[in-house]
Design a protein around this ligand. Structure first.
Ligand SMILES: *[C@@H]1O[C@H](CO)[C@@H](O)[C@H](O)[C@H]1NC(C)=O
Ligand SMILES: *[C@@H]1O[C@H](CO)[C@@H](O)[C@H](O)[C@H]1NC(C)=O
Ligand SMILES: *[C@@H]1O[C@H](CO)[C@@H](O)[C@H](O)[C@H]1NC(C)=O
Ligand SMILES: *[C@@H]1O[C@H](CO)[C@@H](O)[C@H](O)[C@H]1NC(C)=O
Ligand SMILES: *[C@@H]1O[C@H](CO)[C@@H](O)[C@H](O)[C@H]1NC(C)=O
Length: 486
C-alpha cells in the first residue's frame, strides 16, 4: 500500500490547489504584461519612467537599472500570447483530469471497488506533475524571462545607426535567432569589457552560407526551451564547415536514464552505463552492440574501441614494431611530458593510460557513428568536440605531446594536412613530442606523406615503416620539435 494515495480527496485537493495557483499566475501575467506594454509604449512617446508605483514590485524583475531597456515589443507580445495559451491549455488539462478522477472515485465508492483514481502511485503522480505541470510552467517562465533581453539590433541601431546594414551576413539569414546571434553586441553604456573591447561578435563558419537550408532548420528553435533531438544535424553542419555553430539558447536534452558517472577509480576502464547516453541517432542502442565482433555497429574506425579488454593492451603490452610503448616514449623526456592532445578516433584509452602515468591528455572526438565524446567523458577524461575546420583552441608553444592515430591516414589532401600539421607545430612546445601512431597510406603515397612530417625538421627519436598489406604501409614516428628560439 505504501507509495499510494489512499484517499481520493487528497489528490483532488492537490489538483484544486494547482488550479488556483495557475489561475493566479495567469492573472499575474496578464496584469504584468499589460502594465509593461503600457510603460513601454509610454516610454516610446514621453520617456516617462516611474509611473504606476503600485506595480513596482511586479515589474522589479522586468526593469533594468536606470530605466527601461529598448524592448523587443513584437517578441514580447508573441511570447505572452504563447504563454497565455500554454497556461490555458494546462488548466484545461488539469480540469479534465480532475473531473475524470472524481467520476472514477464516485463510481468506485458506489460499487465499493478500487479505481484508477485511488490507485495512482506516487511515481505516476510525479510523472504527471513533471510532464503536464512543471515543464510547461518552466517553458512559460523561460519565454517570459527572455523578453527581458533586448534585441541586439535595437541596441546597435539605437547607439550607432547603420551598423546593422554594414553586416551583409545578418541580412542573408531569415531565422530571427541566427540574425540575433551574429549581430554585434555593444557593451552596456559602451564601456570596455575585460578584453578592452566595446562590442562582441558571435562567430559562425563561412560555409553556413552554403548550408543555409540546414542551418535555418537547425536554428528554428524555441529560445529557452528544450532543443530538438537533432545534435546530428549540428554535427553535419560542423563537418560541412559551418563551425562554430550559432545555436546557444536552448536546453540540450539528456538521457532520461542518466545516472551519475562511476567514481574515478572505476570509470577509467569500465564501459559506461547504457542509460547515460542518448542512443536515438545511432545504429546501435547500447555499448554491447558496439563490440568489434558486431559487423553492423555503425562506425568503421577504431576497431575494438569499445572493448575494454582489448583496449587495456594498447601501448603497454608488446605489439608489432609500429606500436610504441608509452613508457618508452615518456622515457625520451623523463618527467617532462605532463600535458598533451590526442587527435584520434578514440574512446579515450590513450588518455586513460596516460592519466595513470600522471599525464593529462585532451582527446578530440566527434560522435560519428558512435557516442565517442560521451564515452570519453563518462570515463572521466576530457573530450574536445571539434572538427578539422577549426584552429585548435590552444595557445602557441603549450603542449608537451601530440598523439595521433586512426585519424589522418591516407585519405587526406596534402594541403589540408599542411594546415593541420602547422597548427600542431604551433601548439607544441619547444622540445615537445609528436607521436604519429600507425599512420596508414598507400605505398605509392608514402614519400609525399613522409615529406609532410619531415618538413618541420623535427628530431627523429623513432621512425618505423611497415607493411600493412601489399599496397599499403604503416608509418609510426616519434618526433621532437626544435627550440626555434629566434
Ligand atoms: C487498485 O488496488 C487494489 C489493491 O490495492 C486492486 O485490487 C485493484 O485492482 C486496483 N485497481 C486498479 C484499477 O488498478
Ligand atoms: C569602440 O572602440 C574603438 C576603439 O577600440 C573606438 O574607435 C570606437 O569609437 C569605440 N566605439 C564606441 C561606441 O565607443
Ligand atoms: C573505489 O574507491 C572507493 C572509495 O574511494 C572504494 O570503496 C571502491 O572499492 C574502489 N573501487 C575499486 C574498483 O577499487
Ligand atoms: C616486450 O619485448 C621486449 C623485447 O622486445 C622484452 O624485453 C619484454 O620483456 C617484452 N615485454 C612483455 C611484457 O612481453
Ligand atoms: C603519479 O603520481 C602519484 C602521486 O603523485 C605517484 O604516487 C605515482 O607514482 C605517479 N605515477 C607515475 C607512473 O609516475
Amino acid at each position: 500500500m505504501e507509495g499510494r494515495f489512499s484517499t481520493r480527496w487528497r489528490f483532488s485537493r492537490i489538483m484544486a490547489m494547482i488550479q488556483i495557483i495557475i489561475g493566479m499566475f495567469v492573472i499575474f501575467i496578464s496584469v504584468a504584461s499589460l502594465h509593461r506594454f503600457y510603460n513601454v509604449s509610454n516610454l516610446l512617446h514621453f520617456s516617462s519612467i516611474g509611473a504606476c508605483h503600485k506595480f513596482d514590485a511586479i515589474t522589479e524583475g522586468i526593469l533594468h537599472e536606470g530605466g527601461y531597456a529598448p524592448f523587443d515589443l513584437k517578441a514580447l507580445s508573441e511570447q505572452i500570447d504563447k504563454v497565455l495559451s500554454q497556461l490555458s491549455e494546462l488548466q484545461e488539462k488539469l480540469e479534465s483530469t480532475a473531473i475524470k478522477l472524481s467520476k472514477n472515485a464516485k463510481k468506485g465508492k458506489d460499487k465499493k471497488v478500487s479505481t484508477v483514481g485511488e490507485n495512482i502511485t506516487l511515481a505516476e503522480f510525479q510523472r504527471f506533475l513533471e510532464d503536464e505541470v512543471i515543464r510547461p510552467l518552466y517553458d512559460a517562465h523561460i519565454s517570459l524571462r527572455l523578453t527581458r533581453i533586448p534585441r541586439p539590433e535595437d541596441a546597435v541601431l539605437g547607439a550607432h545607426s547603420g551598423a546593422l546594414t554594414e553586416d551583409p551576413l545578418v541580412n542573408y539569414f531569415t531565422i530571427e535567432e541566427t540574425r540575433k546571434y551574429i549581430t554585434a553586441k555593444i557593451n552596456r553604456d559602451d564601456v570596455q569589457n575585460v578584453y578592452g573591447l566595446n562590442k562582441t561578435y558571435n562567430t559562425i563558419g563561412h560555409t553556413c552560407v552554403l548550408m543555409k537550408e540546414e542551418l535555418e532548420k537547425y536554428m528554428n528553435y524555441d529560445v529557452g526551451s528544450y532543443c530538438g533531438d537533432d545534435w546530428d544535424l549540428g554535427q553535419k553542419l560542423m563537418l560541412g564547415g559551418c563551425d562554430p555553430l550559432p545555436r546557444r539558447r536552448c536546453l540540450a536534452r539528456a538521457s532520461k536514464l542518466y545516472q551519475r558517472p562511476l567514481p574515478i577509480n572505476e570509470s577509467l576502464w569500465t564501459i559506461p552505463d547504457d542509460g547515460n547516453v542518448r542512443w536515438g541517432k545511432y545504429k546501435c542502442h547500447d555499448f554491447k552492440c558496439l563490440s568489434y565482433r558486431n559487423p553492423k555497429r555503425g562506425y568503421n574506425k577504431c576497431v575494438g574501441c569499445f572493448d575494454m579488454e582489448k583496449e587495456k593492451l594498447k601501448w603497454v603490452s608488446n605489439g608489432s614494431l609500429v606500436d610504441f610503448m608509452i613508457k618508452d616514449v615518456l622515457n625520451v623526456k623523463p618527467g617532462e611530458i605532463r600535458i598533451g592532445l590526442d587527435v584520434s578516433v578514440t574512446t579515450g584509452t590513450f588518455a586513460a593510460r596516460m592519466r595513470e602515468f600522471n599525464v593529462t591528455i585532451v582527446s578530440t572526438a566527434l560522435n560519428i557513428g558512435a557516442p565517442f565524446s560521451d564515452t570519453i567523458a563518462l570515463r572521466g577524461l576530457i573530450p574536445l568536440y571539434t572538427t578539422m575546420s577549426q584552429r585548435l583552441p590552444f595557445f602557441d608553444n603549450t603542449m608537451d605531446l601530440i598523439h595521433t592515430s586512426n585519424f589522418l591516414d591516407g585519405w587526406i589532401e596534402l594541403q589540408l594536412m599542411d594546415f593541420i600539421l602547422f597548427d600542431w607545430d604551433r601548439i607544441l612546445r619547444p622540445g615537445g613530442l609528436l607521436w604519429v601512431d600507425r599512420f596508414s597510406c598507400a605505398r605509392k603515397d608514402l614519400d609525399d606523406y613522409m615529406y609532410m612530417f619531415l618538413q618541420f625538421r623535427y628530431k627523429k627519436h623513432k621512425w618505423v615503416v611497415s607493411f600493412k598489406s601489399k599496397t599499403e604501409v604503416y608509418l609510426s614516428a616519434l618526433l621532437e620539435k626544435p627550440p626555434r628560439s629566434l
